[in-house]
Structure formats: C-alpha cells, structure tokens
Design a protein. Structure first.
Length: 351
C-alpha cells in the first residue's frame, strides 16, 4: 500500500510540474506574439488607375541614374531601356505620364507629363528613353532635396489631352528614387538608398545584380551602407563602430522627433528576429516606409506602423568616411548635369 501511495504521489508531482511549466510558458508565448512592432503591409507594385493598360517592354536603368553627377536636388532624371516596338515605331513624340508620391506624405500624389527623349542604340532594336521631372512652380515644388519618392509611369503619344486614346501602356513596377541634398549626410543617404532600390527592382524582375551578399536582413543593411560608413570592412558596415558608444541607439518613438531635425532614409532598425532600413516617416498616417532584405525570402518595400520598442540607429555626418561626397557638393543641380530637358504641364494633384 505504501509503495502504491508513493508512486501515486510521484505521479501527481510530475503532473503538477508539467501544468506549472505550461502555465508559465503560455504568457511568454503570448508576449512574443504581442510584440510584432505593429501592423505591416507590403506596398503595391502597380497603380490601380493604370492596371488595365498594356505592360510595356520597358525597364528602368538604375545604373545610369545612380551616377554621382545625377544625384540631383531639385529634379529627377529617369532612364528607361526601351524595347517595345509600339514605342520605337511611334511617329509622334513620346510623353511620360508620371504619378509622383512623396513617401512622407503618401496619401497625396501629383501627375506630371514629361517629354521623353529616345536616344542611341544599346542593342538590336533597343533605345534609351530619358525624361526629367522638374519644378515649374518654384513656390510649390513637387521635387524637394533629400526626399524619397515613388513614381508610376505610363507612356503616351503626344496629344492635346491624355487618356485612353493616347496611352501606349504602363511601365511595370514602381520606380523608387531619392534626391540628394546640400550636406554630406544627405548625399550619403541618397547613395545608400539608390543601391537598395536597384536591388529591389532587380529582385522584382528576376535579374541578378552581381552584388554578393546573403539573403539576410542584417547582411542586406550592412552591404547597402558599407560603401560609405567609417570603420567598414570589405564593403560591409560594422554597426558597433557607429552606434552604442558616443552615438547611442534611439528607440522607435524617437523617429517622430528625428524627422524634425534631419532625414531618416538609410537609418537602421532592429526588432526581435528582423532588421530593416528606414525610408520615410509619414506623420499623417503615423507609419514608416522601409526597405527590407529577406522579407519572405526577397527584398520588399513595406509600410509599418511605428513601434516604440524598436532599436534605431540614426546616421549622422560622423558616420560617413572622410573625403566622400566633398567634391560633389550639390550647390546647384543645373550645373551638375550636362543635358537639360524641360518637362511641361502643371502640378496636378491626384488622389
């Protein structure tokens, strides 16, 4: 009897221990689920208003757009590789309908119409198309220094009115671009994010860029910033040499104040199990735009609600290697480009 009671007692102790462990584990599991950094959404890769247009055999050329002399402050120059026979065979002037959105105010967009110059032969039956998006109204500029933009582009035959009768089709995928600024840090930020935009575009097209980094969120940020940061090794940033000492990390809630003093595109964010790069903060929506490596095993542009528990590394001039960008200070973007092409049309708000 004593032996049976002893066995029963031991079994009860074991069962009680299991129940206690399970009860203690449940809050921990819930806590991990609650900490998600808020809501997140992969942003659209097409404009709903143009979804029915034919997809053109036209691609963006980030290599041509990313040269130092085209790191402009007050306009955007877009290069396209045109292989579409409907475009190449058109007798009329080709005009780009450009829907431009400032990511820091992403509910508002403007539509501009810009003449396209078709030039040269890159390969058989292919040309380079170029257009400039400029500010005609200096009092209400569409393009501002040190900002990040998204463009959706349709191509038309030149017409008095642009619509279904004039449109030739849409250029697939958005074109992300950043303007430069007067300071070294603004120029560094532009350089950094343009590198990531090329990788994003190549990933969407299924192309290989030739860059060597693992598909890892942390490695993507280290690669993207490593060409300009102090203390980098083999083209990779060493975060410990940028933040944590004289320059402490910020938390996610600090972003609201950081944007009042400087830009944030190119900044680093770490959350449990993931890292990403900031592109812009939209105060009206209280969300941030990010570009993220290894998001569903690819590169994505994401819109996230701001998380107060984030760890944020905010770039400053002291983080940029000496001697970089000094010779390309953006004093006047008109003097930094050898060719000027005027765009036309008023700033037309678009919902």
């Amino acid at each position: 009897m004593f032996h049976k009671n002893r066995i029963t007692f031991i079994l009860l102790v074991v069962i009680a221990s299991i129940l206690v462990d399970s009860a203690n584990a449940w809050p921990r599991r819930r806590a991990r689920r609650v900490y998600s950094g808020g809501s997140k959404q992969i942003v659209a890769k097409y404009d709903k208003a143009s979804a029915e247009h034919r997809s053109l055999q036209v691609s963006y050329d980030y290599d041509k757009a990313s040269t130092p002399e085209l790191a402009l402050t007050d306009r955007i120059r877009v290069f396209m590789r045109v292989q579409d026979q409907g475009i190449l065979g058109a007798k009329e002037q080709i005009v780009a309908e450009v829907k431009i959105t400032d990511l820091s105010d992403h509910e508002k967009s403007y539509v501009r119409y810009c003449p396209v110059s078709l030039t040269g032969v890159t390969q058989k039956e292919s040309k380079i198309g170029i257009f400039d998006l400029t500010n005609e109204d200096k009092e209400n500029p569409v393009v501002e220094p040190a900002k990040v933009y998204r463009l959706f582009v349709n191509l038309h035959r030149k017409s008095k009115e642009y619509g279904k009768e004039s449109v030739l089709g849409r250029v697939a995928l958005p074109y992300y671009v950043a303007t430069s600024g007067e300071t070294r840090i603004d120029q560094a930020r532009q350089h950094i994010v343009m590198r990531t935009f090329k990788e994003y575009y190549y990933a969407r097209r299924g192309w290989r860029s030739g860059e060597r980094y693992p598909m890892d969120c942390y490695a993507f940020y280290m690669w993207a910033t490593g060409s300009v940061t102090v203390g980098s090794q083999n083209g990779r940033t060493i975060l410990g040499r940028l933040f944590g000492g004289r320059t402490p990390y910020n938390n996610g809630g600090d972003v609201r104040e950081l944007v009042k003093k400087s830009r944030i595109h190119g900044d680093y964010v770490r959350i449990p199990g993931h890292s990403f790069m900031l592109l812009a903060y939209d105060p009206k929506a209280q969300t941030v735009w990010t570009i993220e490596g290894n998001f569903n095993r690819t590169i994505e542009v994401v819109n996230r609600s701001l998380g107060s528990g984030w760890t944020v590394g905010h770039l400053a001039d002291q983080h940029i290697r000496a001697g970089l960008f000094d010779s390309t200070a953006a004093a006047d973007s008109e003097t930094r480009s050898t060719t000027t092409m005027a765009s036309h049309g008023q700033n037309t708000p678009s919902s």
